[in-house]
Design a binder for this molecule. Structure first.
Ligand code: 9WN
Length: 449
């Protein structure tokens, strides 16, 4: 079928199945996360997908990232969704009309035209974790050559602008960490990490009822965020949108401003990937290395709790760190310069009954021992592939080879038994959410290779 054969002695059926999912979700210029649930391009999905495409179709991996960065805003932000003009408004909510405020210009501050002068695809005005520099670096490692260098030359200034935006406009707390302005920006939408900060956002179901959710028509509603969650998501998005997606004075007026350890750890990892890319394109890596070191320091100072041994989100409106133990609090493990006490804390958490990596099951999205742990509801319990892939890399970075090997086996068993699902039940391993999910397939390829 044109898919390159799997390297060496690996599970060929799993490899071909994963490649087929990516093939089916390819639109010609980018990959959708899922045909049924997410029919547009998502930002951090594109980063993970590029890592998998690098193994089977490197040209598509580069094209995917290009498609996303063609929709980058002049201020450097990379939108969390870039909408496909051929998909109807009914097929995903909230769609381009919501984000654009219904006006004729797509959105304030956004680029009026895209590549080659064609009208830009419309987008949201919020962002997602910046995993794209890591993706670009991994494509280049997997498929080096002149074409890769040319792609890196095109991407490098754009990746730098993305990081610059996050480091300046979004440093609302002034301590070197980026704030997210919406739970969707974290990628872990309804994680208990946001519960405290969201409690201060009033629920107005009338706003939600002006629209209609589409996700719960496709997936069981008790596997998705609640209507109360969605009412708050809309209120926060409208607050940002109605002020033109401007970041000045966020501290005084925006209802949701939180520092997330996962988001910032990935920003640090992006700076380290940019340092490697800089060497290839003839730029100076020093500033990237310095910025990465600063992010690690700020994470340790502001978000690490020595009592729990892990990282927690901080609400900038109250100054409080959330007590919830969520999987984004383990992600700083991806940082190679994380000091020893923090590495030990995270490894202890990962092996504890709260998150316990056993040979059978990868890390759940939330503390298994918490009273509100919910094995079905999205980011409040189920196992997610992208997060576990990041933890697998983090464990290897810190020479935890045995644990990394256990995690890899558990991840591959999960897809072999259940399929390339969006998320998985943390006890039975049953697939939940969308089947044929792109990042699960993409990262399966990377784990196998
Ligand atoms: C909102 C696409 C995205 C992922 C997110 C995941 C989910 C969207 C939704 O799907 O979020 O952005 O509609 O639920 O939480 O991480 O990028 O796969």
């Amino acid at each position: 079928t044109g898919t390159p054969p799997p390297p060496g002695d690996i599970d060929e059926a799993l490899w071909r199945g994963a490649a087929a999912v990516l093939g089916a979700n390819w639109t010609g210029t980018y990959t959708v996360p899922s045909r049924t649930l997410y029919p547009h391009q998502w930002s951090w999905d594109a980063g993970f997908i590029s890592v998998g495409l690098a193994h089977v179709a490197p040209d598509r991996a580069w094209r995917d990232l290009r498609s996303l960065f063609e929709a980058q805003w002049p201020d450097g932000r990379v939108p969390h969704i870039v909408f496909d003009p051929d998909v109807t408004e009914r097929d995903y909510f909230p769609g381009p009309t919501f984000w654009g405020g219904g006006g004729t210009t797509p959105y304030p501050g956004a680029p009026p035209t895209g590549a080659d002068g064609v009208p830009a695809r419309r987008s949201t005005g919020i962002v997602q974790p910046p995993v794209h520099a890591l993706g670009a670096w991994l494509i280049c490692q997997r498929a080096p050559g002149e074409a890769a260098v040319a792609e890196l030359r095109w991407l490098y200034p754009r990746l730098v602008a993305q990081q610059e935006y996050l480091a300046t406009a979004r440093d609302v707390g002034g301590a070197g960490l980026s704030a997210i302005v919406h739970p969707w920006e974290s990628g872990l939408d309804n994680s208990p990490a946001w519960d405290e900060a969201l409690a201060n956002v009033p629920v107005d179901l009338a706003v939600l009822h002006r629209y209609s959710r589409r996700d719960t028509l496709v997936v069981a509603s008790d596997h998705r965020p609640t209507d109360e969650d969605y009412a708050r998501y809309l209120a926060i998005a409208l607050s940002y949108r109605d002020r033109g997606y401007r970041d000045a004075d966020l501290a005084g007026r925006h209802p949701f401003l939180v520092e997330c350890p996962g988001f910032n750890a990935l920003r640090g990892a992006a700076e380290l990937a940019l340092a490697r890319i800089a060497e290839v394109v003839g730029a100076d890596p020093a500033a990237h290395l310095a910025r990465a070191a600063g992010i690690t320091r700020a994470l340790v100072d502001r978000l690490f709790d020595p009592e729990t041994g892990m990282f927690h989100v901080r609400d900038l409106r109250t100054g409080r760190r959330s007590p919830a133990r969520c999987v984004n609090g383990l992600l700083p493990l991806v940082l190679p310069d994380l000091p020893e006490p923090q590495v030990s804390g995270l490894v202890a958490a990962i092996t504890s009954p709260r998150f316990g990596v056993s040979a059978r099951m990868p890390v759940p999205s939330y503390d298994r021992t918490a009273t509100d742990f919910d094995p079905y509801r999205y980011w409040r319990g189920p196992v997610w592939f992208n997060i576990n892939w990041l933890l697998w890399r983090g464990l290897r970075t810190h020479r935890q080879e045995t644990l990394a090997g256990t995690l890899r086996t558990a991840l591959l068993d999960l897809v072999r038994d259940s399929g390339y699902y969006e998320y998985f039940h943390p006890d039975s391993g049953a697939g939940i959410g969308s089947p044929a999910f792109s990042w699960t397939a993409a990262l399966t390829l990377d784990l196998l290779a």
